[in-house]
Design a binder for this molecule. Structure first.
Ligand SMILES: [Zn+2]
Length: 244
């Protein structure tokens, strides 16, 4: 069994920062205080140009026939674009698939359409002062936002179903040999992947832990002898044709 964590390296932040249209969009969203739209901006800029999807396609080719589950902190569609089926992925920091009201009305959580997203992306680039393509909340009439961790009142119920599938899968790893593969996970959201994965690696005596990270590759001493780390960027590694 293979537990995979996908983290910040797959957001391609340094590539994004070098794109003038990203920098402009970012400044505009900061001014408009619409941080929930940052993943949408990133998705639009990276689409077809980024390396993360290609790298994840390589990963998919390696694990498709295995019993795996993925936890990702990325809020873009990279995993789905790479071919991973939704039922093997949980994204606790949010996705582009759902929207919620900014006030956090629990019932406001709904699916987002491609047309809404396209209109919104266009409005961001055009610096349209009305970023209202997601509509208003039928309960409090407040603005709708994308359902992700950037919303102050983030509705975590957006990923509840996926999380349920994950915990069920995890139960099946008890006393089984499991490989925990952490790819490019930094310290932005350590309680989502890094810390719980380390804990699992420590408590499951049959687990083997692999940490790939360009900067934060050190393993805790508790995992000595049952883990391996590599100071390499995960995208570079996957595109370099490494065989897991
Ligand atoms: Zn509301």
């Amino acid at each position: 069994m293979l537990l995979i964590g996908i983290g910040e390296e797959f957001e391609e932040r340094s590539y994004l920062k070098a794109q003038p249209e990203y920098e402009r969009g970012l400044a505009y969203l900061e001014k408009a205080e619409r941080f929930d739209l940052l993943p949408l901006l990133a998705e639009g800029i990276l689409n077809g140009r980024g390396r993360a999807v290609r790298a994840l396609r390589e990963l998919y080719g390696m694990v498709a026939d295995k019993n795996y589950f993925i936890i990702s902190t990325c809020q873009t569609d990279v995993l789905l674009r790479a071919g991973f089926p939704e039922n093997r992925v949980a994204m606790p920091c949010g996705t582009l698939k759902k929207k919620q009201c900014a006030c956090g009305c629990e019932q406001s959580l709904t699916e987002v359409g491609e047309v809404e997203l396209a209109a919104l992306y266009h409005d961001i680039l055009a610096e349209n002062p009305d970023l209202g393509a997601l509509g208003t909340c039928p309960y409090c009439h407040g603005k709708m936002a994308l359902n992700n961790i950037f919303v102050e009142k983030y509705l975590e119920s957006g990923y509840r179903e996926d999380w349920g599938r994950y915990t069920k899968w995890l139960q099946g790893t008890l006393n089984r040999s499991v490989c925990i593969l952490e790819l490019g996970v930094g310290l932005d959201y350590p309680s989502v992947i890094r810390f719980p994965f380390e804990k699992m690696g420590f408590y499951n005596q049959k687990a083997f832990f692999i940490r790939i990270n360009e900067r934060l590759h050190y393993l805790t001493k508790e995992l000595n002898g049952r883990g391996k780390s590599m100071a390499k960027n995960s995208i570079d590694l996957l595109l370099g044709g490494v065989i897991l």
